[in-house]
Design a protein around this ligand. Structure first.
Ligand code: 7TS
Length: 423
């Protein structure tokens, strides 16, 4: 069966987990003779046949460069690429599809803002506020800009339960705040950030707001019309789409005022030997031949998610996460990090197993077919705040089941036995 509903069609499919799982061929894999239990979705999601087929169809039937030739294939390719932009824009509630800029990933989207907006509009002494629970991709670009331009970087701290200290946030966000750049959900702890509190706080001081939606756009309904932010960054590969394609959504007035990110073909209006003028947004930010096929693949991923409905995706993840929090708490030696209420966290459960290094936990789990991530999750400040070198992290998506959580729990019990811990 195919899922072809567009966001406008209003067609909804029932959230039938058995049917959903049939759409993901990789879930039939075995690892060392046991069924794969894929619980590393915060790192990257698996891809449904609908996305894989769309990529194949593009290369087989339509492949050509875009925005140039008058020949049929080039026109088809351009239509597919721009059609994907429009569907992705509709998915996040953008009123103008031109506000959707294709990048490689969230990291590139944030770097684009740091280069093309930050370097033009921030001066020495201006304050950029981030949080202690950011992914490195929302810390390092601002540190680089601080070292180059003398901006001041401030962090909203994390409380021991993995939520943000909102009293401190109220002290830190002030008249000098020029940018609040903040994640919607922590990839290391799953904490859902109260953007409805923090964005108005920043706006009250006239600050620009960037939301890192890498972990929110794939897992819950995000609508830029109600979000109140100026920029939203996210990655296709975490939301059933291909790797190598990401999005920066921005308000047109801001995108328009920004300088280009990279210079080259496709982003110019006119070039002479002295100087050049820029193409309109979004072409101004899409120098060179873009990732045409994967943008189209992301369009198919968005169709798939829209047909299920993001509220249903979120409802399913709350169910799985709630089950996982209760099930893992019963496993001897497991301590869970982050908020204990599934409503307050996304489908991410970071934990440690007493006396066993997370890397060893990950390796033994792999022998049971269970794929999790271990390490600092590119969020070393979170590890420092928790005073641990690393955690083990299980992260869920729309195709995970409670029996997979049971498989994780059993594999953890076996891990404890394997290392001779727990008596
Ligand atoms: N922001 C957040 C909140 C993320 O979780 C990630 C990736 C990024 C930004 C960067 O995304 P990228 O697509 O540009 O790499 N997070 C993870 C993770 O948790 N495990 O691997 C990548």
């Amino acid at each position: 069966m195919t899922l072809t509903a567009t966001p406008d069609s209003g067609a909804r499919l029932p959230f039938d987990i058995t049917r959903i799982r049939r759409d993901f061929p990789i879930l039939k894999r075995e690892i060392g003779g046991v069924p794969l239990v894929y619980l590393d979705n915060a790192a990257t999601s698996q891809k449904p046949v609908q996305v894989i087929a769309e990529l194949t169809r593009f290369y087989r039937d339509h492949n050509a460069n875009i925005h140039r030739g008058v020949h049929t294939l080039s026109v088809e390719s351009t239509d597919l690429y721009e059609g994907a932009r429009a569907r992705i824009g509709a998915f996040i509630g953008a009123t103008d599809p031109h506000e959707v800029v294709f990048t490689r990933n969230t990291t590139e989207s944030i770097n684009l803002v740091a280069h093309a907006w930050g370097r033009k509009f921030l001066q020495a002494g201006d304050e950029v506020v981030v949080t202690e629970i950011e992914h490195h991709s929302n810390i390092v670009p601002w540190q680089m800009l601080r070292d180059e331009r003398g901006i001041v970087l401030k962090y909203i701290p994390m409380l021991p339960d993995g939520t943000l200290d909102l009293d401190e946030a109220r002290r830190i966000i002030g008249p000098k705040t020029k940018l609040l750049s903040i994640t919607a959900m922590s990839n290391a702890l799953g904490t859902i950030v109260p953007l409805e509190v923090l964005i108005p706080l920043a706006k009250a001081h006239g600050a620009t707001v960037l939301v890192d939606g890498a972990q929110s756009v794939p897992h819950m309904a995000v609508d830029v019309r109600t979000l109140g932010a100026d920029f939203l960054a996210f990655s296709g590969h975490k939301m059933l789409g291909p790797t190598g394609i990401g999005v920066l959504w921005g308000r047109m007035a801001l995108l328009d005022a920004m300088d280009p990110f990279m210079g080259g073909g496709d982003m110019i209006l006119n070039v002479n030997m002295e100087r050049s003028t820029w193409a309109d947004v979004p072409a101004k930010f899409e120098a060179g031949t873009p990732n045409i096929a994967d943008a189209i693949g992301l369009g198919a991923a968005v169709d798939y998610l829209s047909a299920l409905g993001m509220d249903e995706v979120r409802r399913h993840e709350i169910e799985i996460t709630d089950y996982a929090l209760r099930r893992l708490a019963d496993v001897p030696g497991v301590s869970i990090f982050g908020p204990m209420d599934a409503q307050q966290r996304g489908g991410v459960v970071s934990f440690e197993l007493e006396g066993i290094h997370p890397h060893d936990v990950g390796q033994v789990l792999d022998t049971h077919g269970v794929a999790i991530r271990t390490g600092h999750h590119c969020a070393q400040p979170v590890m420092a705040a928790l005073n641990v070198p690393a955690t083990a992290r299980a992260s869920f998506y729309l195709y995970n089941t409670t029996s997979e959580v049971d498989a994780l729990a059993s594999a953890l019990e076996a891990t404890t036995k394997f290392f001779g811990m727990g008596g």
